[in-house]
Design a protein around this ligand. Structure first.
Ligand SMILES: Nc1nc2c(ncn2[C@@H]2O[C@H](COP(=O)(O)OP(=O)(O)OP(=O)(O)O)[C@@H](O)[C@H]2O)c(=O)[nH]1
Ligand SMILES: [Mg+2]
Ligand SMILES: [Mg+2]
Ligand SMILES: [Zn+2]
Length: 415
């Protein structure tokens, strides 16, 4: 197989209000049900970031959008059609539940574009429809397709009414002209038109392949089954997406801030050094990884340091080439005008206060931070958990409002 057929070239976030059908849509696009953890299956909700790769094929015989399919066969052509692979896409499935907003934000830092899933059988916008939409803006994602889902459970009139609500919601925003594609994720209806929209609206961005590799870690695992004999144990695995550069099997790597070591109530972070022993996209092993797609990096690390997402929020690169780790960040910040994301309307955002505790999302790193210094457009935040950052990096922050962390604004790192 050619390399381009293995490594996805673009990452697309799937966001939107709880239960609007994000995970079902990812399954329609990839054949994969991303919820794997028993708690997720039991509660029918996404809790951790999920991801799955899917293909976009186009039949050379058929008109658009019929020509598009996630599978290498054309449902409309009898024998003899040869659909051509257009792109392989990594879909990052975000949780929609309001308490998991930080996870949604950390997932958004990995993607190049987004599908905003809106269920046609509820009034639009729902609280997290608004909050996720705003988060895309804050993180700087401007490639968007709106997916009007569940059209199988509404009448044509209801679907039209809901479509008008969606258009009204987008009116006057950066996404005013966004394409809205009606689908039924459950029945895999109109997925061809969605693939066409993805091809047109979410191009693969240019990639920086020459800089040293840099990857946000989004998942980390111990892949050994309990009871594996010691000689068969494999090293820890970390998953994430390369922001830039290339990574090859055999490369020496460093992970920062690294592994948390607790003694009493003190926590120290220990940077880790290891080597890339394998690289995998889905089930396919590759020798080299570039930006695009979520890659699983096999290492020689003791799996006990990677298990249970212990390294999420750290950054992986080559030894000595990582940006610095900070305990404190100075940000030029912007506060949203209004608090969104809860039922019963919106309210005006109060100014920040010195001493206030915020939830910071720095790439995939989610940490509590305290505002220790505050000027007009600038704040300094002391982080509970140190973060790799660099001048110009974009950071989102949430505030505790009415009992929940609500998206409150963003900042640009000045350190
Ligand atoms: N009728 C119908 N039901 C759907 C459709 N898409 C999803 N559902 C159902 O809606 C429910 C929620 O779907 P999920 O895919 O888990 O929704 P989600 O957005 O991933 O939810 P969270 O991860 O909890 O935010 C499930 O019962 C799905 O079967 C659709 O197109 N039509
Ligand atoms: Mg659900
Ligand atoms: Mg889900
Ligand atoms: Zn065809």
């Amino acid at each position: 197989m050619e390399e381009r057929e293995v490594q996805p070239e673009v990452n697309i976030g799937v966001v939107g209000h709880v239960d609007h059908g994000k995970t079902t849509l990812v399954q329609a696009l990839t054949g994969v049900w991303t919820a794997r953890h028993s708690e997720e299956l039991k509660r029918g909700m996404t809790i951790k970031l999920g991801y799955a790769d899917g293909d976009i094929y186009k039949c050379t015989n058929c008109p658009e959008p019929d020509a598009y399919s996630p599978e290498p066969k054309c449902p409309r052509c009898p024998k003899g059609s040869e659909p051509v692979l257009q792109r392989r896409v990594s879909y990052v499935d975000a949780p929609g539940h309001e308490v998991l907003m930080a996870t949604m934000l950390s997932g958004s830092s990995l993607v190049d574009g987004a599908l905003l899933v809106i269920a046609a059988n509820e009034p639009c916008p729902q609280p997290q429809t608004k909050e996720h939409f705003m988060a895309l803006d804050i993180i700087g994602i401007r490639k968007l397709v709106v997916v009007q889902n569940k059209i199988d459970v509404v009448s044509k009139d209801q679907a039209m009414k809901n479509y008008q609500q969606i258009r009204k919601f987008l009116e006057g925003t950066w996404a005013e002209d966004a394409v809205v594609v009606p689908v039924s994720a459950l029945h895999k209806a109109n997925i061809d038109a969605l693939l066409e929209a993805i091809q047109e609206e979410i191009p693969t961005p240019p990639r920086d392949l020459d800089s040293p590799p840099l990857m946000w870690i989004a998942r980390s695992f111990d892949v050994n089954r309990p009871g594996t004999p010691p000689e068969k144990l494999v090293g820890g695995v970390v998953g994430g997406s390369l922001m830039r550069g290339k990574l090859r099997v055999g490369d020496k790597i460093e992970i920062r801030p690294g592994y948390a070591v607790r003694s009493g109530n003190k926590v120290e972070y220990v940077p880790l050094e290891s080597e890339v022993v394998s690289l995998r996209f889905g089930n396919v092993e590759v020798e080299e990884a570039k930006p695009g797609g979520l890659v699983a990096v096999g290492t020689r690390l003791d799996p006990s340091v990677t298990k249970a997402d212990a390294l999420v929020g750290s950054v992986l690169g080559r030894p000595g080439e990582l940006p610095p780790v900070y305990d404190q960040l100075t940000l030029e910040y912007h506060l949203l005008d209004r608090v969104v994301g809860f039922r019963g309307g919106e309210m005006k955002m109060a100014p920040l206060r010195r001493g206030e505790v915020l939830m910071m999302t720095i790439g995939t790193n989610i940490t509590i931070g305290m505002v220790v210094d505050l000027k007009k457009d600038e704040m300094t935040v002391k982080l509970q958990r140190p973060a790799v950052a660099w001048k110009g990096a974009r950071v989102a922050f949430s505030r505790r409002i009415q009992g929940r962390w609500r998206l409150a604004g963003w900042g640009v790192v000045k350190n």
